[in-house]
Design a protein around this ligand. Structure first.
Ligand SMILES: [Zn+2]
Length: 331
């Protein structure tokens, strides 16, 4: 649907935003930062603080800030917005938290417990670190050959190499250590020096300040690559971890990568785990199989205008309604 959305973005006029204000929106991000970040820079681009502040102003002047507490107590009011941030990066604490606190805007932060305190990192982040290292060696062909051999893929260009290396299977992530060794990258040192992820002490401080946290699985796997039992454990363990460490009595969860192909059986198991759970996807503005599932869209792309992005998502809602894809069907 990339082409349709591109067209909708192009035809969006930012003066039309008030037309769509009734529709509540749930924008999400991962990181806000003024400088490049090695473990992210080869995965996606992100906004700087000035751009984020501008987003906050656009959202606050057009929508009412929704407190996650109200989300748990009643249904969602019209014309609300609620921000959330995935992956529990350290910038959540160093950059985003101070801004939201100053603006008095509550938000939900979704974290992977395995990475909290920086003993271990997300395999995709390791891949980005490796690609940056390869870049510094001008993508030396013999090194690329060795790496493609480790993962048994072929490639014809650096771009194809990056694309295939970035999409290796979750079960192959152990081999990333071989690549780190090959390139003499000491990942423990990297984690210690850069502290990519939030710490328990920082989470506690933010909770004490009225912010909300949710699970995002333990290890951030592409869930479709796991069995049903593994999926359920990855999700529930991440919510339980928060409850055990921070005395949290609510259940929030967001799907890593995508909620597409998530089964009805898995959703039902999560609703059974806690019948007041709120589950977050990233399928845009859509209605899911249950009102406790909230669909979000990303405002992360720094090259797009925020008002136009919001209008694009609203127009895409009507497009999906027209082609019968507004209601998400799960098997
Ligand atoms: Zn994520």
């Amino acid at each position: 649907m990339g082409i349709v959305k591109d067209i909708l973005y192009k035809i969006s006029n930012k003066r039309l935003l008030p037309v769509f204000k009734k529709q509540s929106i749930f924008p999400y991000y991962h990181i806000i930062k003024d400088n490049p970040v090695t473990h992210i820079e080869n995965l996606y681009s992100f906004k700087n603080k000035e751009q984020f502040l501008s987003d906050i102003n656009i959202l606050s002047s057009n929508y009412k800030s929704l407190d996650p507490k109200n989300l748990l107590e009643r249904s969602i009011e019209e014309n609300s917005f609620l921000l959330s941030f995935d992956d529990g990066l350290q910038e959540v604490y160093t950059e985003i938290y101070p801004i939201l606190k100053k603006k008095n805007i509550k938000a939900i932060f979704f974290i992977n417990p395995s990475f909290v305190d920086n003993k271990e990192g997300l395999y995709k982040h390791y891949i980005s670190i490796i690609i940056s290292s390869l870049k510094s060696q001008n993508f030396d062909k013999s090194t690329l050959d060795k790496i493609s051999n480790i993962f048994s893929f072929s490639y014809h260009s650096v771009e194809e190499f990056k694309q295939k290396f970035t999409s290796i299977k979750f079960t192959e992530r152990g081999k990333i250590n071989d690549v780190l060794n090959l390139l003499n990258i000491n990942i423990e040192d990297y984690l210690k020096k850069h502290k990519p992820y939030i710490t328990k002490a920082q989470i506690q401080e933010m909770i004490d300040d009225g912010f909300y946290f949710g699970g995002h699985t333990m290890l951030h796997p592409p869930l479709v690559q796991l069995s049903y039992e593994e999926q359920k454990a990855e999700i529930i363990n991440s919510i339980d971890w928060l409850k055990n460490h921070f005395n949290i009595d609510y259940s929030f969860f967001s799907f890593p990568f995508s909620d597409r192909s998530i089964s009805k059986k898995l959703i039902e198991a999560l609703l059974e785990y806690d019948d007041n759970i709120r589950i977050f996807g990233n399928s845009g503005i859509k209605k899911d199989m249950d009102a406790r599932i909230i669909q979000r869209f990303s405002l992360e792309n720094p090259t797009k205008l925020t008002e136009k992005r919001i209008i694009e998502e609203n127009l895409y809602k009507y497009f999906n309604k027209a082609i019968g894809r507004y209601h998400i069907k799960r098997n």
